[in-house]
Design a protein around this ligand. Structure first.
Ligand code: AMP
Ligand code: MG
Length: 357
């Protein structure tokens, strides 16, 4: 009896403590969420503005996390930049045509691997070896004249993803032809926003948005909401007055087009996105928006779909898990829009309400 009585008392205390611990844990999320405040930071990196929006319990934790995220982007720039003379990328390019296999850092290797895979999937519509063409077009923009056919033909000798060789075993890289120049302009920022978001998570930040010049990635929605509100101009490549608002979580969105970067010559508008087969800037005045599972995918896909055009581009997006595309093209003062299967599904409610307005 005595034993039973004693045991019963222990049970009572145990359940009381258990109840107290349980209620403490049940209270925690709500208590924690109430304390989260919105913080926003921006810094210039990779030739564009990077913005971090995050929810954190206090400004010191928010600031620490944001600083670490920006530092990661700056470190990646030292690896991936084609502007920085001694970036890892440019050091590799100086070995082009020497026959040497050069070891790559973890980050460089990863982005090169993803880039070659993207080239293979798009049969070269996406190609980071377009560097020699890009340099000709940068000069063309400065001087206001088109690159000559001779200059384009010479540059073409050093372009082609088949000359970019990866040795998986030793994680080494060979650029097989002299004067090759790699350009991460269409994939590097996407990778950087993914990596910045990972750093924020390491610092305990779960609800955050990172925007690297229009390459946006988000994770958990802001407290008390269903997602991050992202505004997209949808009516034409030049008219941003009509906005489509997306609600995203654990997703990325990127837009490619000639809205800001182009060269106007003899009445023709050449985009900074090039067709790697011709070396010419695209002239079809398009704007491609991609929603994808991560920033790197959204970034390269938006450029690839711009080159491929609406038909092949939508097929590519449909075959990419989680990817959705809106392709807008302006020709002869007319705007045409194509939406991929998943884009229609993601935005069906919003687009319907737009039509009925
Ligand atoms: P984005 O704004 O993401 O479409 O990237 C455009 C940038 O990527 C350009 O400024 C070039 O540096 C580079 N680029 C241009 N055309 C291509 C292409 N076809 N494949 C890969 N990179 C490209
Ligand atoms: Mg891109």
């Amino acid at each position: 009896m005595q034993f039973r009585k004693y045991s019963g008392g222990k049970m009572y205390w145990r359940s009381l403590v258990g109840f107290w611990v349980l209620s403490w844990f049940l209270c925690l999320p709500a208590w924690g969420q109430k304390q989260l405040a919105r913080f926003e930071y921006s810094q210039r990196h990779m030739g564009t503005l990077f913005r971090v929006v995050l929810y954190a319990p206090d400004s010191s934790r928010a600031g620490q996390a944001a600083r670490a995220a920006f530092k990661r982007v700056a470190d990646l720039n030292h690896i991936l930049s084609d502007y920085e003379k001694d970036s890892e990328l440019n050091q590799l390019c100086r070995m082009a045509g020497t026959g040497q296999w050069v070891p790559g850092s973890k980050d460089l290797w990863y982005v090169l691997k993803k880039s070659v895979a993207a080239s293979e999937r798009t049969k070269g519509a996406f190609d980071i070896t377009v560097g020699p063409y890009v340099q000709l077009w940068r000069r063309a923009r400065r001087q206001g004249t088109l690159p000559t056919p001779e200059a384009l033909a010479q540059a073409s000798q050093a372009v082609g993803y088949q000359h970019l060789k990866l040795n998986k075993k030793g994680k080494t890289v060979q650029l097989a032809v002299p004067y090759m120049q790699l350009d991460m302009g269409a994939i590097g920022k996407g990778y950087a926003v993914d990596e910045a978001l990972k750093i924020l998570k390491k610092y305990g930040i779960k609800a955050a948005l990172v925007d690297g010049g229009g390459n946006i990635v988000v994770n958990r929605p802001p407290p008390g909401t269903k997602g991050w509100e992202i505004n997209l101009g949808i009516s034409s490549p030049t008219d941003t007055t009509r906005q489509l608002q997306l609600l995203l979580k654990h997703q990325a969105v990127a837009t490619s087009g000639d809205l800001y970067q182009y060269l106007d010559l003899n009445g023709v508008r050449y985009s900074h996105i090039l067709n790697p087969y011709t070396g010419l800037g695209l002239t079809d005045q398009s704007r491609v928006t991609i929603i994808a599972r991560n920033g790197l995918t959204a970034d390269w896909l938006s450029t690839a779909v711009s080159v491929l055009g609406p038909q092949q581009g939508l097929t590519l997006a449909d075959k990419t898990p989680g990817a959705a595309v809106s392709f807008i093209r302006q020709q002869n003062h007319q705007t045409q829009q194509w939406l991929s299967r998943r884009f229609k599904k993601l935005t069906s409610g919003i687009l319907k309400s737009e039509k009925t307005k």
